[in-house]
Design a protein. Structure first.
Length: 170
């Protein structure tokens, strides 16, 4: 009876681990999609409203679809407390642990975006936003492809490892 229970626990544990790793790849793609939406809002507000950075942060904080990007509200609080926008943006991105885990190689580009916003005229900022849209667009396509591939691979791999562990227990 104890062997059967341990086999089921190992099997279930490996399946759950496989689903967890698959969901992380999907979550990475969703997070980059949110960043793309953020860039679109920034471009639109800069082009049509010419908003200063503190107002732009308030608009971003007020956008319901960007609630998953917790660093934006943190950055807005830091700017309201008197910290300069580029350093507030950088510190907010670096302090968001989940963001750093999911966007390991994109983090530097996201920090650089904060240094570019508000640093030049409107046309220069729009050009920077287009550059980052292209970069994050390529990254989104790659992450979506990986998400589809690994969404099938990891649960199957977890099941196979669970079966292997159950066989070893026997």
């Amino acid at each position: 009876m104890l062997k059967l229970a341990s086999m089921l626990l190992f099997f279930g544990g490996f399946i759950c681990a496989g689903r967890f790793f698959a969901s992380r790849h999907i979550k990475k793609a969703e997070l980059i999609g949110d960043l793309m939406l953020m860039l679109s809002v920034i471009k639109t507000r800069l082009r049509y409203d010419c908003l200063p950075v503190p107002e732009l942060l308030r608009v971003l904080c007020g956008t319901d679809k960007l609630k998953n990007l917790h660093f934006i509200s943190d950055c807005a609080e830091r700017v309201e407390n008197g910290e300069a926008f580029p350093s507030a943006w950088k510190n907010s991105v670096e302090s968001d642990g989940e963001l750093c885990l999911l966007l390991d190689n994109c983090k530097a580009y996201l920090i650089q975006l904060g240094e570019d916003i508000g640093a030049t005229d409107v046309e220069g900022q729009l050009g920077c936003c287009e550059y980052y849209e292209q970069f994050f667009g390529k990254e989104l396509a790659l992450r979506e492809e990986n998400g589809k591939k690994y969404a099938k691979l990891y649960p199957s791999l977890g099941a196979m490892l669970g079966i292997a562990a159950a066989i070893i227990i026997i």
